[in-house]
Design a protein around this ligand. Structure first.
Ligand SMILES: [Zn+2]
Length: 246
């Protein structure tokens, strides 16, 4: 078991996973510098343009996306599909396909078999308690990934530094996945989404895991945070992405 913490780096206005990058993958997280890439109903055209620009910057013809529903469904996508299938995780075994999940506090979970399939999951508190990261790994293994080779990187998300949840939500989390990811800090309960997803990845046999350590609310990077949205409710969304160049 090997865990790398706080490793992600900022370069050219994006955040990057060194662990996945060392495997020849293009894997990281956009920032506000690329504009909002999803999440606002009021900027659909602008967001589509921004996604096209990001794909071009990253050297891919387009971005394979899903309509996220805070669930645990996994789809195989070997390129962009219209309409986007409803799911919270996607994978492919093709080169030249850029997979992405939208997030602005939820965890982008990026998984790769260095010699096989790659995948991404969107895991907020709901997806985490439904074990979407586990579902992604099992789908990838069924699709030909070697479990013992899998490497995972957890991108920027709202960290345990900021993610206080109420008693009602804490009770649901405890009932579904136990209290291992919950901590009492003064009179608040905080949830550690990175720890919860790391535990799930370990439970399905992933032994090399990287945690970005970047909090979307307080981490100092120029990111949107749903919890940190302004009084007008307007916010944007980044993309966590992973692709193997053609
Ligand atoms: Zn924080």
């Amino acid at each position: 078991m090997k865990i790398w913490r706080g490793t992600w780096v900022e370069r050219d206005g994006m955040l990057w996973s060194p662990l996945l990058g060392a495997l020849g993958l293009v894997a990281g997280f956009t920032t506000r510098a690329q504009g909002s890439l999803a999440g606002s109903r009021h900027q659909l055209e602008e967001q589509a343009r921004n996604r096209t620009a990001v794909a071009r910057t990253l050297g891919f013809p387009g971005i394979a996306r899903v309509k996220q529903a805070h669930g645990k469904d996994v789809v195989r996508l070997d390129g962009p599909a219209e309409p986007w299938p409803t799911a919270d995780a996607l994978w492919t075994d093709r080169r030249g396909v850029l997979l992405a999940v939208a997030a602005a506090d939820c965890v982008p979970v990026l998984v790769a078999d260095p010699e096989g399939p790659i995948g991404a999951a969107h895991a907020g508190w709901q997806g985490t308690t439904l074990r979407v990261a586990e579902a992604l790994v099992e789908a990838m293994v069924t699709g030909g990934a070697a479990r013992e080779r899998l490497v995972a990187s957890l991108g920027p998300a709202i960290g345990p530094c900021c993610y206080a949840i109420d008693m009602e939500r804490a009770a649901i989390v405890n009932e579904r996945i136990g209290e291992g990811c919950l901590r009492k800090v003064n009179d608040r309960i905080v949830m550690d989404l990175w720890a919860a997803n790391t535990a799930q990845l370990r439970s399905v046999g992933v032994t090399r895991i990287e945690m970005s350590g970047v909090c979307t609310l307080s981490g100092g990077a120029d990111l949107w945070s749903y919890r940190g949205r302004g009084p007008d409710g307007v916010y944007g969304t980044q993309l966590g992405f992973i692709g193997r160049p053609a």
